[in-house]
Ligand binder design. Structure first.
Ligand code: TMP
Length: 207
C-alpha cells in the first residue's frame, strides 16, 4: 500500500487526540493528503460498536467480549476507511489501534496475548502501522485530565487503578519489544513540546 499509517497510543488523558490533530494540520500544511481517524470507530459500523464499548458500567462486558467487539470494529475500520485511504496514497493517522487491545484487554484484563494476536491476524493479516507514537503520562496526571472531560464515554475511566497501572506498563513493554515501530514520548509537558517530539519521529518517514 502506497500511503503511510501512523497510530497514537497511551492511557486515559495522555493528550493523544490533541497531538493527532496537530500532526494532521502540520502534514496538511506541507501539502500531504491526511485522514484523521480513531479506534474504536472511524467508520459508520465501527462508530456504532464504539458506543457499546465506551458507555455504561465497567462490568458491562468481560475481557474476551471486549476484545471481540474491538476486533469487529477494527476490521470494519480497516476495510472501509484505512485501507482505501492508504491505497490512494494518503497519510492515515489513527487515535488508537491494535496496541490498545494488547494493553487494555491483554495487560489490563489479562486476556492471553496469543488469543489477541490470532484475533488481530483474522482482522488485519500481517498489516502493521509504519509508526506508533506512545504518549506516556503518570496515572494521576492522565486520570485527572480524563475526569475533567466529562461526557458519557467514561466506561474505561471507571476501571480500577490497578487496571490503569497494568496497561501503562503494557504500553511501555510493547514499546521495548518493538523499538523500531514504537516511540515513547513524555506527555507531561506542554502540547507544543510534545508536538515537536512527534514531528521529530515522523520526519524520517516523510522523505
Ligand atoms: P478513547 O477514549 O481514546 O477514544 O478510547 C476509547 C476507549 O477504548 C479507551 O478507554 C481505550 C479503549 N480501547 C480498548 O480497550 N481496546 C482497544 O483496542 C481500543 C482501540 C480502545
Amino acid at each position: 500500500m502506497a500511503g503511510l499509517f501512523i497510530t497514537f497510543e497511551g492511557g486515559e488523558g495522555a493528550g493523544k487526540s490533541t497531538q493527532v490533530k496537530r500532526l494532521g494540520e502540520q502534514l496538511q500544511a506541507r501539502g500531504r493528503e491526511v485522514v484523521l481517524t480513531r479506534e474504536p470507530g472511524g467508520s459508520p459500523g465501527a462508530e456504532a460498536i464504539r458506543k457499546l464499548l465506551v458507555e455504561g458500567a465497567a462490568s458491562r462486558w468481560d475481557g474476551i467480549t471486549e476484545a471481540l467487539l474491538h476486533t469487529a470494529a477494527r476490521r470494519d475500520h480497516l476495510v472501509k476507511t484505512v485501507w482505501p485511504a492508504l491505497e490512494a496514497g494518503k497519510i492515515v493517522i489513527s487515535d488508537r489501534f491494535v496496541d490498545s487491545t494488547v494493553a487494555y484487554q491483554g495487560y489490563g484484563h489479562g486476556i492471553d496475548q496469543a488469543v489477541l494476536g490470532a484475533l488481530y491476524r483474522a482482522a488485519a493479516g500481517d498489516f502493521r502501522p509504519h509508526l506508533t507514537v506512545i504518549i506516556d503520562v503518570p496515572l494521576d496526571v492522565g486520570l485527572k485530565r480524563a475526569a475533567g472531560r466529562g461526557g458519557a464515554e467514561d466506561r474505561y475511566e471507571g476501571m480500577d487503578r490497578s487496571f490503569h497501572e497494568r496497561l501503562r506498563q503494557g504500553f511501555l513493554s510493547l514499546a521495548a519489544a518493538e523499538p523500531a515501530r514504537c516511540k515513547i514520548i513524555d506527555g507531561t509537558r506542554g502540547a507544543d513540546q510534545v508536538h515537536a517530539d512527534v514531528m521529530a519521529v515522523v520526519a524520517p518517514l516523510l522523505v
